[in-house]
Structures are given as C-alpha cells and as structure tokens.
Write a protein of this length. Structure first.
Length: 313
C-alpha cells in the first residue's frame, strides 16, 4: 500500500474545500481539482476565510496559515490532480452518472495502489462500487458540513474493500483530526443522517401541528437534548436516564410519533414558493440581507469553540 502524503480532492465546493483544508492542516500535499478556475478559486477563498476563523478561535497560530495554504495546489486537470496521489477523495455533485464517469477518469490516471474515497451522502457503497474497477481500494468517507470543523466521518466499506485499507483510512481520518465511525453494514443515510432525519421529521410535524413556533422547537433541542449530545450520545443518555424509564417512555410515545413516509406538506409548500432557506433569504425563518454571512461566521465560530472544548475532554 502506497502511503505518500499526496492527496487529491475532486470538487472544491461546499464539502471539497473543507476536506482539502483538513488534509493541508495536517501537512499533506493537496491537489484541489474543480472543473474551472472560478470554482477552484472560490474553494481557495473559502479555505482562506476558514483558516482565519481557526486562528481567531485560537485553534491554529496565525503565522501557520501561509504554510497550510502552500500545501494546497489548485488544478483543473484531473490527470495532474490524481497521478501522484495515494488518497483521492471525490466531493463532486451527487449525480450517479457523473460519479461513474469521474471514477473512470480517476482510474485511468491514478497510480495502481491509490485509494479512492467518495463523500457521497446518499448512494449505497455497492452501487457506487459498480463504477469502480479496483473495488478493494474503494470506500465511502462521509464528512459533515462544515467538513473542516465537524469531527464525524462515517466510513463505509464495500464487500471487496481490503480490511488493511479500511484500517489505514480510519488511521488517516484520526491523523487529520476526525472521529471516524465504521459501519458494519451498508444502510441508506448511514447512521447520522438517519438519526437526524427522524428528528427533523418530528420537528416539522410539531411545527405543522402548531404545537410550538420554530424558535421554541429549535430551543427545545439546542438547550435540551442537543446540549448533551455533543458529549453523550442518545444510547448512553438512555443508560443515564434508566432503561426501565425509557421502556415506558417509548411504549407511551411511540404510537404518537410521526411516521410519515414522505416529506410533510409544509416543506412541499415552502419549497414550491422558493422559500429554500438561507440561499433564498427565507425558509422556516427569514434571513434579511447581510444576515446570512454574519450567521454563517457566528455558526462556524460556535462550532470551532465547541471543537476546542471537545478536544479538552
Ligand atoms: N453539502 C453537504 O452538506 C454534504 C454533506 C455530506 C456529503 N455531501 C456530498 O458531498 C458531495 C459534494 O457535495 P457539495 O455539497 O460539496 O456540492 P457542491 O455543489 O457545493 O460542490 C460540488 C463541486 O463539484 C464540482 N464538479 C462539478 N462537476 C464535477 C466533476 N465532474 N468532477 C469533479 N468536480 C465536479 C462543482 O463545480 C462544485 O464545485 C456530494 O456527493 C454530496 O452528496 C454533501
């Protein structure tokens, strides 16, 4: 197995720029590819801004920023991006044919032992692996947005993935500061998005029913269970509460929980009216002009501080 420090990240968008930043911060040499210069430049600007936030939060020294940026080279040539890489991560759009074509090009130019990782959120690993010739060197590493900050990475191997490579990638994820979780079985939505979807479904159901306003529903999580979850997960929380209590709670509440098999009508009507969230200035909440960038900066600062706190324990 090749283990040089050359990494390729394909796609410099929301996820790719953060993944590239992570590797660069850990001393890897990163080739960041996108389809045109405008896209790679956008990715670079986001990395520069994020590194500044890391420095402002005391997570890195300001005078290390240039060195980290020097570890990143931008390219619009896939061949240049992957030919020397030992690990290639694709963070390209969630379109199956596009990913298959990308895998073909990667395998045409990559070295014979390069490890290929996909950041897919929704495709099953076995479906993606159909587009890969060397399946033993292919895995999913599913990062969370913002990838450079949120610690979790879910790792999903396909049936032919080499156990040695799976262990090696778990190790690399720890080296770049992540908390890897290895799935024993392929499952749509992996672990985190399934749990998150169950909660969001119930939150939208409560909002739709007029049980409380949006702010109250959000506060019920951020000041309640969400406050605990950064350190104690839902299963350990159950142990703390007492399994006898939780058995009663689940027996009493389960019949009343929302179990719809599609998104609620409230979401349909918001989407149809172009209330798509921060990107259109309004979704469940309103986002007046200029408030989006302020909120994003604030969110990233809060996450960085939480990250710092988590590292202390
Ligand atoms: N956004 C999220 O919160 C999130 C979280 C986890 C996983 N993901 C997954 O990560 C992947 C990327 O999502 P994103 O949110 O970064 O998307 P994005 O649209 O922000 O970025 C995708 C980038 O890929 C580039 N691209 C287009 N065609 C390409 C090609 N043929 N080869 C390489 N790059 C190409 C685009 O120019 C763009 O810059 C998807 O598979 C998505 O499901 C997204």
């Amino acid at each position: 197995m090749q283990s040089n420090k050359n990494i390729a990240v394909l796609g410099a968008g929301t996820m790719g720029h953060g993944i590239a930043q992570l590797y660069a911060m850990s001393g890897y040499q990163v080739m960041l590819y996108d389809i045109d210069d405008a896209a790679t430049q956008r990715g670079l600007v986001q990395i520069q801004t994020s590194l500044q936030h890391f420095a402002d939060s005391g997570l890195i020294e300001k005078d290390t920023i240039q060195g980290i940026l020097n570890n990143i080279q931008l390219t619009t040539s896939i061949q240049e991006a992957v030919s020397k890489a030992s690990i290639i991560t694709e963070a390209a759009p969630e379109i199956l044919d596009l990913k298959y074509k990308l895998f073909q090009t990667i395998e045409a130019f990559a070295s014979k032992d390069a490890i290929i990782l996909s950041n897919t959120s929704s495709f099953a690993v076995e479906v993606l692996a159909q587009g890969i010739q060397h399946k033993n060197r292919f895995l999913i590493t599913h990062f969370f947005n913002p990838a450079q900050i949120v610690p979790l990475v879910e790792i999903v191997a396909n049936q032919e993935s080499s156990p040695e490579i799976v262990s090696y990638i778990e190790h690399v994820m720890r080296v770049i500061g992540k908390e890897p979780v290895l799935l024993q079985k392929d499952k749509p939505g992996f672990i985190a998005n399934r749990l998150q979807a169950a909660l969001v479904r119930e939150a939208l159901h409560l909002l739709n029913e007029g049980v409380a306003d949006a702010k109250s529903i959000d506060t019920a999580i951020t000041a309640g269970p969400g406050f605990r979850w950064a350190f104690i997960g839902p299963l350990e929380t159950t142990d703390f509460g007492g399994l006898d209590i939780w058995r009663n709670v689940l027996n009493n509440l389960s019949p009343t929980l929302n179990n719809a098999d599609k998104a609620p009508e409230l979401l349909d009507s918001l989407v149809e009216n172009q209330h798509l969230g921060i990107k259109t200035g309004g979704g469940i909440y309103d986002y007046p002009e200029n408030s989006v960038s302020q909120k994003t900066v604030r969110r990233d600062r809060q996450f960085l501080l939480l990250n710092k706190l988590k590292k202390e324990f």
